[in-house]
Design a protein around this ligand. Sequence first.
Ligand code: SF4
Length: 346
Amino acid sequence: MQNLKDYAASSRWNNFSHLYVERGADEYSLTRRIRDRFSKARVVEIDDYKAVFARPRQRFQAQKETMKLILAVKKDRFLYEGSGNSQNFNLEDFYYNTLMFNCVYNCDYCYLQGMYPSANIVVFVNLEDYFKATRRAIRERSNPSQPFYLCISYDTDLLAFESVVPYCRAWIEFAREEPDLLVEIRTKSAAYRAIGDLSPSERVILAWTLSPEPVAARFEHGTAPLNQRLDAARSAIDDGWPVRLCFDPVLAVPSWESVYGDLVEEVVRRIEPAAVRDVTVGVFRLSKIHYQRMRRLRRDTPLLYDEYVQEGTTVTYTAERREEMTAFMRQRLGDHFEEERIVTWT
Ligand code: SF4
């Protein structure tokens, strides 16, 4: 069993021992920046990131303890359509991108464990190709009366990694040039100061995922504690950023009503509800394929062994429990936020 307890105390992403660099990636300024930052790391030149990342028989959790950094050029698929497991906020053109593979954090419920063969981090350095594809997609979006909604930190945590790769900064500046773009940057970090010098943009929503402290400590290894996430969100609000608070995933931990009820009270005690753009609520859910792989790999977390049902291709709580948990959260949040500012995954 992996010892995950000390994960939070580590700073593995500040001290990579190895950099794998695709030959084509060397000419990009991001590559130079990262190589300078980790000048003591051993640099290994490779032809294609997949040769390292997709090797067979890798052990995801063992690699999490000593993640390596792979610098690569993304050749295609600069945008993906948003999945049904995410809220689209009634925006018809809802997309996400993958600027990097994997995440510096290690949440027990994270589907990346079931999706990728490796826990090593792949950073794609050809940002301009992403921008080009996004500009075209904005122009060609299906509903020109709505913005093109793009989640850039959908299956990673970019803000947590901002001191290494300044992706958020680059996308915030990009959004200033694109009036029809709405970007969401979601995080469990407290790293707001990494972008705190930028003037706020109404085209970029900074979203904090909030979990009760016992849940964060037990299941969200390496993430910032709740009080630090709240401090960061409050600083962003004070500076004028649109801020979203995400209660997602809500987990059926013992005494979940009191644990999550206390969370809502703590949040509204620290953050003025009227200053928040909106809040989201969603219970635990995973795609069936990822869930099955995760169960094979992880016997050390009770989270994957609760009573779940399969609905279509999604594994989640029973409909009854889902409705009970969602209604509870809507009711508690409804004491502080208007109905139309509470967005739910059901
Ligand atoms: S922060 Fe998100 S992407 Fe990162 S490990 Fe946790 S669930 Fe996965």
